[in-house]
Design a protein around this ligand. Structure first.
Ligand code: RIB
Length: 292
């Protein structure tokens, strides 16, 4: 059983601000940092730091070598990350005084995924392997179409949410992890219990997880509903909390842990992530969680 993550790699330009800039305004940044990020990269790093074996499929431009170095240092197999002419994907991130973020992404090399890349991935996937996808690379619809006749297990985190996600064959998904705004957009419902119920209709075969930020998460596992309250912390930067959750939950559940145990571990990992600045840099190692 292997985990292959076909996902984005971004350079994150992070600006600390008192509050998010409003339309027509210009505001000063209090501090600037450059971090490794991208939902794909963050989730691969969370998987590896949680103890899973993960291979990352993705593309950087000529300016993205440090992203691959960071993946390597965390134990991710980067043999399938390729370098394209042109820029790496990047994100412009505002982080406000209370740790909330506001993000613009520019796809760069993440938008150069093509049919050949997709065929290469599926030629390697065997029964029982996991394919993890987010929504920051091109050709997600082709990936889903190809997954329909693949024996792999499919994990999907539809972030960032777009209209096109509604047209994907979500019934194929074995593990769906969404936050509240993604859940609302996918189902048209509001309120966590209603969103979870509606998601189980969209993915009848799959395990569903709805993350609730500081309030924890809910998992629908067959007919069971498991609720995990959040672990209270002082948040400095919520960037990559969702990615940390996804990586930890998939690592734990694919290694045979119960949904209850996976949910608790993923919530703990995300609660540590938000106490640290940056995206990938803020993702804890398993031993840090076990020590706490
Ligand atoms: O989920 C956080 C990530 O979203 C950031 O690292 C940024 O690159 C964007 O992809």
């Amino acid at each position: 059983m292997r985990i292959i993550n076909f996902g984005s790699l971004n350079i994150d330009h992070v600006y600390r601000v008192d509050r998010f800039v409003q339309p027509g305004e210009t505001i000063p940044s209090l501090a600037y940092s450059r971090f490794c990020g991208g939902k794909g990269l963050n989730q691969s790093i969370a998987l590896a730091r949680a103890g899973a074996e993960v291979r990352h499929y993705g593309k950087i431009g000529t300016d993205g070598a440090d992203l691959v170095e960071m993946l390597n240092r965390s134990g991710v197999d980067t043999s399938s990350v390729s370098v394209e002419d042109g820029p790496t994907g990047h994100a412009i991130i505002q982080v406000s005084g209370d740790g909330e973020n506001s993000i613009i992404i520019e796809g760069g090399a993440n938008r150069l995924m093509d049919d050949i890349d997709i065929e290469t991935v599926f030629s390697e996937l065997e029964e029982g392997d996991w394919l993890l996808l987010q929504n920051e690379v091109s050709a997600i619809d082709t990936l889903f179409g190809r997954a329909l006749d693949s024996p792999c297990r499919l994990a999907f985190n539809p972030a960032p949410m777009t209209e096109a996600v509604n047209d994907l064959p979500l019934h194929r998904v074995d593990l769906l992890i969404v936050n509240e705004s993604e859940g609302r957009a996918l189902t048209g419902r509001s309120g966590a219990p209603d969103i979870v119920s509606a998601l189980t209709q969209l993915c009848p075969k799959g395990r569903i997880v709805l993350t609730l930020g500081a309030r924890g998460a809910i998992c629908a596992d067959g007919n069971r509903r498991i609720e995990q309250p959040g672990f209270p912390v002082d948040a400095v930067d919520t960037t990559a909390a969702g990615d940390t959750f996804v990586g930890y939950f998939l690592a734990a559940s694919s290694s045979g842990k119960t949904a209850d145990a996976a949910l608790e571990l993923a919530c703990k990992a995300a609660s540590i992530c938000v106490t640290r600045p940056g995206a990938a840099a803020s993702i804890p190692y398993l031993h840090e969680i076990e020590a706490g």
